[in-house]
Each structure stands twice: as C-alpha cells, then as structure tokens.
Design a protein around this ligand. Sequence first.
Ligand code: OSB
Ligand code: MG
Length: 354
Amino acid sequence: MRLREPFEVSTGISHDRRVLLVALHAEGITGWGECVAGETPAYSYETTDTAWSILTDLILPRVAGAVMESSSDLLPVFEGIRGHPMARAAVEMAAWDLEAKAVGCSLASLVGGVRDSVPVGVSIGLQPTDEALHRKVADYLEEGYERIKVKIKPGRDVRMLQGLRERFPDVPLMADANSAYSLEDLPRLKELDALGLTMIEQPLAHDDYLDHARLQAEIETPICLDESIRSVRDASLALEIGACRIINIKPGRVGGLSSAKAIHDLCVEHDMPVWCGGMLESGIGRAHNVALASLPGFTLPGDISASRRYWTEDIVTPEFVLDGGTVSVPSGPGIGVEVREDLLDAWAVRQADF
Ligand code: OSB
Ligand code: MG
C-alpha cells in the first residue's frame, strides 16, 4: 500500500507498506490480523519477509485444522519459536477477531474495553524544513488532532522543537527519536526540559534499559519506551529500574492483544500511563489498536490517526475517521469493520493457504 506521503524517521524513510495479513477461517467466520513488521529491519529485526517465513513455515501449518476455544489455545502453536512477536501477533490478533465474531460481540468488549471512542493524535515524520513542519502541524490541528508527535534526530531536535513550541505554545507536543541518541547526548536532551513536552519517546538504543534509567534520572521530560518493550517482562524491568515513566503499547510489537493487555494491567497497577502506538497499519491493524485503546488505562492519546492520514483508500470499510480529536470504537462483531476483498484481490502480490 502506497502511503499518501513518505514517512521519514531517524532510521530511514518509508514510501510504501508491504502489509502482511492473516485470515483465520472457522465455522464460516473469518478473523483478521495484520503483521506490523517493517520492510527493513530498522525498527525491529523482524521484516515482512521474516514474518512470512515464520508464519508459513512454522505457525500456520500448526494452526490449520486445530481445535481451539479461544486465542489462548494458540500457545502450543508458538512453542519452540523464540522471538518474532510481530509474526505471532498477526495470528493471535486474527484469533481474537474470530473469537469475538463467534461470540457475537465487539473485539473491544472482548478485550475489556470501556470506552466507545478513543482520544488520538498524529505522528509527523521528519520534514525538510521547519516551515514545512509548521505547516503540517497547523494542518493537522485544523483537522482536529489534539496532540502532535514529531520525529526527531540529531541535527533536527532542540532548535526545531523550540521553533515549534514558539509557534504552538499550548499544543500537547511530544518527540520520538526512534533510538537516535546515546547518553553522550545528555546535555542536548536536557535542553528539551524547557519545552514542556508530554514525553520523549525511545531516545536511546532499543535494548538499553539501564541507560534509559540513567537518562530518566537526569531529565524532567518523561521518557516513554516503544521499541524496548516487547513483552510484559520488558515492561516489568523498565518499571522496576525506572527506565521510563510512560509506555507505548503496540499489540503488534508485543506478540498480540493478550500480551498488550497484560502490559496494560501491570502499568495500571503501578500508576504508569500507557497509550497505543501505531505502525502505519492498514485499517485491519488499526481496528485492533482502536479496540485495545478502549481499555481504561489508555489515558493518553494514541498514534491512531484516521485512515486518510495514511491512505488514499483503506482496505476496510467504513474507513476510520476523526471526530473531535477521537476515533470511534466500532461496536459491530469482532474488529467491526469489513475487509475490502475487492482491494485485497487487486493488491495482493503473494498468498499462501493452509
Ligand atoms: O516509532 O512510533 C513509532 C511508525 C512506524 C514505525 C514506528 C513508529 C511509527 C510512528 C507512526 O510513529 C505511528 C502511526 O501513526 O501509525
Ligand atoms: Mg516510536
């Protein structure tokens, strides 16, 4: 799927998403899941192709023909597969959708959601100039987004954010570094404290909990971890050592909705705010994110923008739309949106059946 505009972050630029979808069929019902792995191993070691391999060689042959009551019955299917949470999540989330449709309830209610709409923001990629960034922010505020996240990297950080803060003094702003810094950048990261950012997301390496804890002890801006949190154990470690004050939960990154819920529950127990991140999903992954974000602990706006922020045409109907800074949680069975099989047929480049 071609993005309406390229999305640039500290690690590179995306023009297209190679979306890997999983459909599980049972008793005449279909459950849908989306794998959030990227085209290159820049965000995580997983890619569309590694996930394809894990799914088609190992996971899906074990799923086909199995008798399952709920998504938790998938656990044996994942035995002997270390890592690859994005590949696993695609199947796990499809099973949740299938289960909700079989029961006849919405996915949101099955996962324990309590809200019928969720507050959302927009994540803006690196722009060539400050003027271009200011224009983008103004346009999104005009559209109704109430929280702005901007990508930063060395050379496009303190001064860029100062300019943004001057132009938009009262807008909730946050910055996402996608691991572009190290502790040597402490003086520069400290300068961000003057800007009143809601948080700085993943400033340091994806696997460096200790340095994040050291950094958090030195700066006032709350650190939010994204890439570092792949499981409830990672969240528990981060909580214990003070590596962050906020967690971005992406079900597709943490192995699925059960794991996402467990991280949510742990964070609620420890008064740590969470929000639902995004991975430039199609409407299928977005529907899962919206359902998750309806849980009570998701108190901060998510990176769950309207379909048209990403796509000329989304793969689901109805598309997700923005409504007063929120997105509505579908109330129909399962993910609550229909998959456009006409577009799937037209756009699919590879398919495997089990
Ligand atoms: O770091 O949150 C991130 C997109 C792809 C991969 C990683 C990230 C992002 C975003 C965009 O920031 C979130 C979205 O709108 O889907
Ligand atoms: Mg991020």
